[in-house]
Ligand binder design. Structure first.
Ligand code: NAD
Ligand code: DAU
Length: 335
């Protein structure tokens, strides 16, 4: 990737995509075109304050070949974040996950193939299934795919499409599989913002089951820095795992949020568990660290959470419109 390139960022009005766009504007000279269909999870407000001469939003669907084709043709690289991203939604109705995650990725790959455009595919550690709590091994690029949910199976499918388009058609693609992100602008359906905004609303946090499930938390900015490194120096056809050694169980996350918000650590409720709930994710990011020299900057989870709590406290207008509908949906599912 040249120093002043034009990036097509799909899903750039969502949580991680918008953090990436802000990061690119701050840390590089690249221009960005965001392609986002503004589903319930996308918000133009997440791109507010960015310079209009460097960032442009195109509202459109990644599965719409006519719209995708000229955008991919004009870009130096595609960074593909757009997806249906929430496991609980995929359990209630998987159809949009098949359409966006599988057909959308296929549509972009066909355009990248036609125009010879560099392609980076954003994926998740959930494609590897889950680990036992006491498993000494972590996920590596060699771990066999074993996804559990409709969401993760469609992400696994999209990864396999990318690999096949590299091998069969010579598409210049890379893949990254990252662990759980936290930070500003995450939809309030997700675990951490749900609990923070519950507390801001005077509602007790909700822990699925016993809450011993472990997630490997990474700050969204560390994810963005890793993706940029892969765009700059990643080897075509390779898969890089992104994680910051941030394993914490859900119960400890809730206790940390509660104490940071001035409440007693046991002031939460246990609710119905997620069907098929993955027990533990853990990433071995040695390849990314050793080959590309990436290191996470946010290594203190408690202080990262403190900043995230402050962001939700200061930006109620960003999340208020999401909250009632999300809680109504969770109430229906017993969560
Ligand atoms: P998100 O749900 O916050 O954002 C998704 C964005 O994609 C939204 O802006 C939405 O409007 C857009 N979108 C959805 N369908 C679209 C379509 N058909 N066409 C165009 N745009 C569409 O998701 P997120 O948490 O930011 O995740 C972004 C990506 O990162 C996903 O590919 C996800 O699988 C991956 N990922 C997420 C995490 C995490 O912890 N959240 C971790 C690893 C990987
Ligand atoms: O591992 C990466 C994945 O992380 C991404 O691929 C997904 O897009 C992203 O949504 C996330 O998936 P999870 O299912 O791990 O995230 P979620 O925020 O939904 O839940 C995190 C954990 O918290 C999970 O074990 C379920 C639990 N949970 C969730 C909610 C919403 C609760 O205990 N209470 C809740 O209210």
């Amino acid at each position: 990737l040249e120093a002043m390139s034009s990036l097509l960022v799909t899903g750039g009005a969502g949580f991680i995509g918008s953090n990436f766009v802000h990061y690119v504007v701050q840390h590089t000279d690249h221009d960005v075109v965001v392609l986002d269909s503004l589903t319930y999870a996308g918000d133009e407000a997440s791109l507010a304050g960015l310079p209009a001469d460097r960032v442009r939003l195109v509202v459109g669907d990644v599965a719409d070949a006519e719209q995708v084709d000229p955008l991919v043709a004009a870009a130096d690289a595609v960074v593909h974040y757009a997806a249906e991203s929430h496991n609980d939604n995929s359990l209630a109705d998987p159809s949009a996950f098949l359409q966006t995650n599988i057909v959308g990725t296929y549509t972009l790959l066909e355009a990248a193939r036609k125009h010879g455009t560099r392609f980076h595919h954003i994926s998740t550690d959930e494609v590897y299934g889950d680990l036992e709590l006491d498993d000494p091994e972590k996920f590596t690029p060699e771990t066999p795919y074993n996804p559990s949910s409709p969401y993760s199976s469609t992400k696994a499918g999209s990864d396999l499409l990318v690999r096949a388009w590299v091998r069969s058609f010579g598409v210049e693609a890379t893949i990254s599989n990252c662990s759980n992100n936290y930070g500003p602008r995450q939809h309030v359906e997700k675990f951490i913002p749900r609990q923070i905004t519950n507390l801001l609303d005077g509602v007790r946090p909700r822990l699925y089951g016993e809450g011993l499930n472990v997630r490997d938390w990474i700050h969204a900015d560390d994810h963005s820095a890793a993706v940029l490194r892969i765009l700059e120096a990643g080897r075509i056809g390779e898969t890089y795992l992104i994680g910051a050694d941030g394993e914490v169980n859900n119960r400890e996350v809730i206790e940390t949020i509660l104490t940071e918000m001035g409440r007693s650590a046991d002031d939460f409720d246990h609710v119905r568990d997620r069907p098929g709930h993955d027990m533990r994710y853990a990433i071995d990011a040695a390849k990314l660290r050793e080959e590309l020299g990436w290191e996470p900057q946010f290594t203190d989870f408690r202080s990262g959470l403190r900043d995230t709590i402050a962001w939700y406290r200061d930006n109620e207008s960003w999340w208020r419109g999401q909250k009632a509908e999300v809680e109504a949906k969770y109430a229906k599912a017993g969560h």
